[in-house]
Design a protein around this ligand. Structure first.
Ligand SMILES: [Zn+2]
Length: 247
């Protein structure tokens, strides 16, 4: 029987004893038992269900078996004693799937709330991860060859430069990627923002981009600890005199 994949199996369960009777075959005064022979199908032994169940009475001495009607048996022996995993294994899989799905839904819900809260109270240097092909003015025109080559999506980032009332001034990344993962890897390393061509979006527009999934994540880094006037400079490095620290 294969360990992985579909398979079937047979089993016998003992529902109970009927006491001693004279057996017509072996002639002994032998114990008789009520049993169920069953067949089940399974996937990986877990997702299993019962295909067949036949009841019979058997002499414990010579194993003579005589079929009996289910209705006659279950009135006296309400449980067929077939293991739950064989009868309703599919139910376990269903329950596990339901638990996994509800966890995923809850996680998603928590994440959506986190994003909504960040979008409602934007801060300078917040980074919005988005499909720039669907953000007007981002420089990634959905009709362009570059975006078409990326499969229609241009995953890039927008950094909040400043906030003017309910309007955000944002710089978009100069590069975009066909996959979110590649964008996320680039953010800590090579991502460069186009500071010369900022775009302006209202908070309402940001909220709409968020709910439509165009913006799929918001990163907010803890503000660097202010250390005199040089906050944000690299560890152990002093900015050269006369040059502004970072951008
Ligand atoms: Zn017998």
């Amino acid at each position: 029987m294969p360990i992985l994949g579909f398979g079937s199996g047979d089993g016998v369960s003992v529902l109970g004893g009927l006491g001693e009777h004279k057996c017509p075959r072996c002639g002994e005064n032998a114990n008789f038992s009520v049993k169920a022979a069953y067949r089940y199908y399974h996937f990986c032994y877990l997702l299993s269900f019962l295909a067949k169940r036949d009841f019979f009475v058997q002499c414990d001495n010579c194993l003579l078996a005589k079929p009996v009607e289910q209705s006659a048996i279950l009135a006296h022996f309400p449980s067929d004693r077939i293991p739950f995993i064989r009868k309703k294994g599919w139910l376990l899989v269903l329950i596990s799937a339901a638990i996994l799905i509800s966890h995923a839904v809850i996680r998603q819900e928590i994440n959506q709330r986190r994003l909504a809260a960040l979008a409602e109270n934007p801060r300078a240097n917040d980074i919005y991860l988005a499909n720039l092909a669907r953000v007007e003015g981002s420089g990634f025109d959905p009709g362009s060859i570059d975006v078409a080559r990326m499969g229609g999506s241009a995953w890039g980032a927008m950094k909040v430069l400043k906030i003017q009332g309910d309007r955000l001034v944002l710089a978009t990344t100069l590069s975009a990627y066909s996959e979110k993962k590649r964008l996320e890897r680039s953010l800590g390393l090579t991502a460069k923002f186009d500071l010369d061509n900022p775009i302006v979006l209202t908070q309402r527009e940001i909220a709409e981009l968020l709910s439509s999934g165009v913006i799929y994540d918001i990163q907010r880094r803890a503000p660097p600890r202010a250390r005199g006037a040089s906050g944000g400079a690299g560890a152990g490095r002093r900015p050269a005199p006369g040059r502004p620290a970072g951008v």
